[in-house]
Design a protein. Structure first.
Length: 471
């Protein structure tokens, strides 16, 4: 008889929990001995839903994309698929600020590609020159060399500076809270590169793909739309995971892992705060790369240096509740994104209760205002009171929000958004190569292959499979 594998999971966010759950799925009869270590007082990491005075507040992520199957798939396996809800079709549009006024993003505009001509022609976002330059994309030859390039360079090359400044920067920046001049297109939105390579032009590609996309939407996405969440908020997924794994897995909260030592006999000696050191055969590290770097520095200097090459941005979200009567703007969209060229002090406002039902009481609205990120790091450093004040002023000027809010909650996410800068794929390749020198150590989380919840779940599940199968 072989003794069961001892597996440690470092980090109790969605990635760590998904890894724990996958370990149980893989070994229902003879489970490994699994311990999860979480530095904070609760599991869930950046995912956090709160109930307050009839509002359901999302302090971190508020939804996930459904065309990546791992979040929906996990909900299905956990038996909570019936709790998934789609976005509200009545408000499925976005606004972008142009000269201080919210303007509708042209219909059919997908992150950087105009799929339809007429909405672009009538849009007040672009000048006639900008529209003409965008149209030239149809005739521009595809780039031949395959070196990584920034999102900004790609958009400038294909569509011109105006499209980058007025629409793509705030739309894509909103997802990655990143500087498009540094963001790697290959690591974040490779499908646009494929469109260019296969069709010569993104406009041509999106027009020919329109029919297929519609069919796909019906096949999978239509059930939930492109984005979905759980009726009670994203925390429901954390709760379901924690309930499923906790009978079989030891979950240690308030237990930051402070040291990791490879043993000559194989395995690792792991020390968590206030606990005696323990030996594990496998360790799944789901914490940010700078934390992994701290842990491996004493025995893997080169690896820790490579891990530190990945940068992180910090962001603040101010979640606030308002009476609709106190808001001049009809808020007839999912949210407003703000180009850097508008020189405002906020990045975006999500109209949370327009996206999903039951997020605010009747006659009220929940807003989530994003501050800081890679584009405005100076605003992350200000106090909570100053942040609230700044947000109040911006909401008043941009959306006509007046009166006293029902509540304002400031949620801070220091060094929480990994930045997939140009060269990210090569950087991750090197990190993985160096990790190969330490069998039994597995990396997972949003720092490597995708930043959203579905990717994090996938990476946790993948790491669990590798840990059990020993590769
Ligand atoms: C503000 C914000 C909004 C987002 N919105 C969306 C969205 O709407 N949709 C979407 O799909 N994605 C969104 N994302 C991305 C998504 O939330 C993350 O990719 C995902 O939650 C990452 O999960 P994780 O478990 O890898 O990391 P985390 O949630 O960061 O968890 C890591 C955990 O490790 C713990 N830890 C750190 N150091 C140690 C240590 N030494 N020992 C033990 N534990 C340690 C931390 O306390 C933390 O709990 C958002 C992210 C942020 C920050």
């Amino acid at each position: 008889m072989t003794s069961p594998l001892r597996i440690a999971i470092v980090g109790g966010g969605i990635t760590g929990l998904a890894a724990a759950h996958r370990l149980l799925e893989l070994q229902p009869a003879s489970p490994s001995i699994v311990s999860l270590f979480e530095a904070g007082p609760r599991v869930g990491g950046v995912v956090g839903t709160q109930q307050m005075g009839g509002y359901t507040l999302e302090l971190g992520p508020d939804s996930f994309i459904t065309n990546k199957p791992w979040a929906v798939g996990l909900c299905r396996r956990l038996g909570i698929e019936d709790r998934l809800i789609p976005t509200d079709t009545r408000y499925r549009r976005s606004l972008v600020l142009r000269r201080g006024r919210p303007v509708e993003v042209p219909e059919g505009f997908q992150l950087m590609t105009p799929a339809r001509v007429w909405p672009i022609l009538i849009s007040p976002i672009f000048s006639w020159w900008g529209k003409f330059r965008m149209g030239c994309e149809y005739f521009l030859p595809a780039k031949r060399d395959v070196t990584d390039e920034s999102l900004a360079r790609f958009v400038r090359r294909r569509f011109g500076q105006e499209v980058l400044d007025r629409l793509v920067q705030p739309l894509v920046g909103g997802i990655y809270t990143s500087d498009p001049e540094k963001l790697s297109l290959r690591a974040t939105l490779p499908r646009f590169l494929e469109m260019e390579r296969e069709h010569g032009s993104l406009i041509r590609a999106s027009r020919s793909a329109a029919k297929t996309a519609a069919a796909n939407e019906h096949a999978s996405g239509a059930r939930y739309g492109l984005f979905a969440t759980l009726a009670g908020g994203t925390q429901e997924l954390i709760q379901a995971l924690a309930e499923r794994v906790s009978p079989a897995i030891q979950i240690n909260v308030n237990s930051p892992v402070t040291a990791l030592v490879p043993l000559e006999s194989g395995g690792y000696l792991l020390t968590a705060r206030d606990q005696p050191p323990q030996v594990f055969d496998r360790v799944i590290l789901t914490v940010p790369t700078y934390r992994v770097a701290d842990l491996v520095q004493p025995f893997a200097v080169e690896w820790s240096q490579a891990l530190r090459e990945i940068e992180y941005a910090s962001t603040t979200i101010v979640v606030s509740g308002h009476r609709l009567a106190d808001v001049r703007h009809p808020l007839d969209a999912f949210g407003l994104v703000i180009p850097a060229t508008e020189h405002r002090r906020i990045l975006a406002v999500s109209f949370t209760s327009r996206k999903f039902p039951n997020r605010a009481p009747e006659g009220c609205v929940q807003l989530r205002t994003f501050v800081g990120g890679a584009m405005q790091p100076e605003y992350f450093g200000i106090s909570d009171e100053e942040t609230k004040q700044l947000v109040r002023e911006e909401l008043r000027e941009l959306l006509g929000v007046t009166g006293t809010p029902d509540f304002e909650v400031v949620a801070r996410y220091p060094r929480s958004m990994p930045q997939y800068h140009v060269g990210h794929l090569a950087r991750v390749g090197l990190i993985r190569e160096l990790a190969g020198r330490f069998p039994g150590l597995h990396l997972a989380g949003s720092s490597y292959d995708g930043v959203g919840l579905p990717d994090s779940i996938h990476s946790g599940e993948d790491a669990a499979e590798q840990a059990v199968r020993g590769y």
